[in-house]
Design a protein around this ligand. Structure first.
Ligand code: BDR
Ligand code: CA
Length: 315
């Protein structure tokens, strides 16, 4: 077995964020070394508490959680996403409190220290607004330059938005930060709605890990409100677990088919604010180009998630 890849998840739990964390903990290919939290789906204090509780659910309260940005870089996020994730972010489920305390270091300090001291290249999966990553680039550029791979859940090349007609939530929540990160030379994979919307976790799959044991049952309980929302809002019999797909790509590099593209974020104040403008006319050779995920086998991705989550109760 090769040495596990050191992994950081930067996150705003969030239902699909919670599944993404559990997926990483269930996967021997990666060693989850740090969770950094950011404002987004709900307020920072809640995303941080949720991250601690999700790790504790999986018996991994040893993984440090460092709190990051409470607000976007420049302009406040207009609204949060409690109507999708529940007011407290985990679908109305109250997980047991963790015995662990929040790491005393600010998220960017914890992240910089890990990047500067890790003998192995670190993968960062950013599955919330990109505020922390933009701050890392500004405050600790030498540490940021050591990121081995950055896998971002965000944006959309061809599928429009999910908050506005143009913008995907994580980019819309902090477009200036997204531009700073996607316009940087960091080795970035962008996992957007083009591939996440094709990855649907259905009720049969949820039932499989729900039956595996208490951790799977809690993961399924967290999903129930999300499932109800999808059923009533879109008439679908399954949920799109965006962040878990990004973490799948972090765990298994190349799982998604990517093409190097130039990407610009609309930071204006018109109807396109938060849109990721992906130039699909050409394959880019620019140093700042982004590997945009354009192909996915959604059924394989959903099955991978179900299998791994089922395994959490068997460790
Ligand atoms: C993204 O927005 C959030 O609500 C989800 O957690 C995910 O990171 C999807 O657009
Ligand atoms: Ca998220």
């Amino acid at each position: 077995m090769p040495v596990p890849i050191p992994l950081v998840i930067d996150t705003d739990p969030g239902i699909d964020d919670a599944l993404a964390i559990l997926l990483a903990l269930a996967s021997p290919e990666v060693d989850l070394r740090l969770v950094t939290t950011v404002h987004g789906n709900v307020e920072l204090a809640q995303t941080t508490e949720n991250a601690l509780r999700v790790l504790h659910l999986a018996g991994r309260s040893d993984v440090p959680v460092a709190a990051g940005a409470a607000a976007s870089l420049v302009h406040p996020q207009p609204e949060r996403a409690g109507h999708v994730h529940g007011a407290a972010g985990l679908g109305g489920v109250e997980l047991a409190p963790s015995p662990a305390a929040v790491d005393p270091r600010p998220a960017v300090v914890a992240l910089a220290e890990l990047l500067l001291t890790s003998p192995e290249p670190v993968t960062v999966a950013a599955v919330g607004p990109l505020t922390n990553l933009a701050l890392l680039l500004r405050v600790f550029p030498d540490a940021a330059a050591r990121i081995g791979r950055l896998v971002v859940m965000g944006g959309s090349a061809t599928r429009g938005g999910n908050v506005t007609a143009a913008a995907e939530f994580n980019v819309w929540a902090d477009p200036e930060a997204a531009q700073a990160v996607l316009g940087s030379p960091l080795p970035t994979v962008l996992v957007g709605l083009d591939v996440t919307l094709a990855t649907v976790l259905d009720e049969g799959g949820i039932a499989r890990f729900a039956a595996a044991g208490p951790i799977g049952a809690q993961a399924a309980a967290i999903l129930q409100q999300y499932l109800d929302h999808a059923r009533s809002a879109y008439g679908t019999a399954g949920v799109v677990v965006h962040d878990a797909l990004a973490v799948t790509e972090a765990i298994r590099p190349g799982f998604l088919g990517t093409v190097r593209r130039d990407v610009v974020v609309d930071t204006g104040f018109g109807a396109g604010r938060g849109q990721t403008l992906v130039d699909r006319r050409t394959v880019s050779g620019a140093a700042t180009a982004v590997d945009v995920a354009e192909q996915v086998d959604g059924a394989v991705a959903a099955d991978f998630l179900v299998s791994r989550l089922s395994g959490l109760d068997r460790r």
